[in-house]
Write a protein that binds this ligand. Structure first.
Ligand code: CAA
Length: 250
């Protein structure tokens, strides 16, 4: 891999976008590598994934503006489709994915973070959807996922103005879950990931699916899905073992 560093520490995988000289802007090559890595992660024994960017300055400054400056609608559609393919895979992965936002998360960089389940940010992080300043609308899910996470009024404010917000403001609108100092961001994210990894993989994965599906379905359908999923948990050996351990005070 040229643009992604993938490091495994026990059951936690850290993916680092490694294009520091371009503030980890996500070219087609970066997105293609994401597809290969995510295909592997679907099958392997990892339990929690962390995504971050190389260096101290950026998580990702978004889609590659140099490339976009040269393309027309046909290539743009392909680039958008690839972006959506990557972000949908992250969203559908039956394992939690945490964005460790270590600086700028702009445009496609912010959209990448939005497709993750949890967002932790460093105190110097800046998030935003500046696409309209470049003559385009958000193209990797920003209009839809931002809407669902922060609501229509805040999503429209960020998208129409293209303004950048700091970590504190992002947290106040529920866009990030927690803010850490730059020095502590990765260690705190790993600590959180290790704690999640101690829990039942199946139960966490199915909970992720339920929350995600719940955003796009009626309450009634969501509740029914929960009943069937809950019952499915009772078919696992792990559930038996975990409940028995509790009762035997292990
Ligand atoms: N694409 C390609 N290259 C980028 C880039 C991007 N998105 N963002 C930064 N770079 C490059 C710069 O061109 C520069 O390269 P050179 O050194 O070769 O000139 C290098 O990264 C460092 O960037 P700056 O010199 O600009 O760094 P800065 O500290 O002065 O500014 C910044 C930092 C405010 C993040 C600024 O780089 C910036 O505004 N970047 C663009 C952010 C943006 O608009 N992102 C949205 C892209 S559109 C999109 O993502 C569409 C979508 O919905 C999918």
């Amino acid at each position: 891999m040229q643009y992604l560093n993938v490091k495994k520490e026990n059951e936690v995988i850290q993916i680092t976008i490694n294009r520091e000289d371009k503030l980890n802007a996500m070219s087609l090559e970066v997105m293609n590598e994401f597809i290969s890595v995510l295909d592997e992660l679907e099958k392997d024994s990892s339990k929690v994934i962390i995504i971050t960017g190389a260096g101290q300055k950026a998580f990702s400054a978004g889609a590659d503006i140099e490339y976009m400056s040269k393309i027309g609608p046909t290539e743009a559609e392909k680039y958008a489709l690839r972006g959506h393919e990557v972000l949908n895979k992250i969203e559908k992965l039956e394992k939690p994915v945490i964005a460790a936002i270590n600086g700028y998360a702009l445009g496609g960089g912010c959209e990448l973070a939005l497709s993750c389940d949890i967002r932790f940010a460093s105190s110097n992080a800046q998030l935003g959807q500046p696409e309209v300043t470049l003559g385009i609308c958000p193209g990797w899910g920003g209009t839809q996922r931002l809407l669902r996470i922060v609501g229509p009024a805040r999503a429209k404010d960020l998208i129409f103005s293209g303004r950048r917000i700091n970590a504190e403001e992002a947290m106040s609108m529920g866009l990030v879950n927690k803010v850490f100092s730059s020095e502590n961001l990765i260690s705190e994210t790993k600590l959180y990931a290790k704690n999640v990894a101690k829990n039942s993989n199946f139960a966490v994965g199915i909970s992720k699916m339920l929350v995600n599906r719940g955003m796009d379905t009626s309450l009634d359908t969501g509740l029914k899905l929960e009943i069937y999923s809950w019952a499915q948990c009772f078919a696992t050996k792990e559930r038996e073992e975990r409940m028995s351990s509790f009762l035997h005070k292990k």
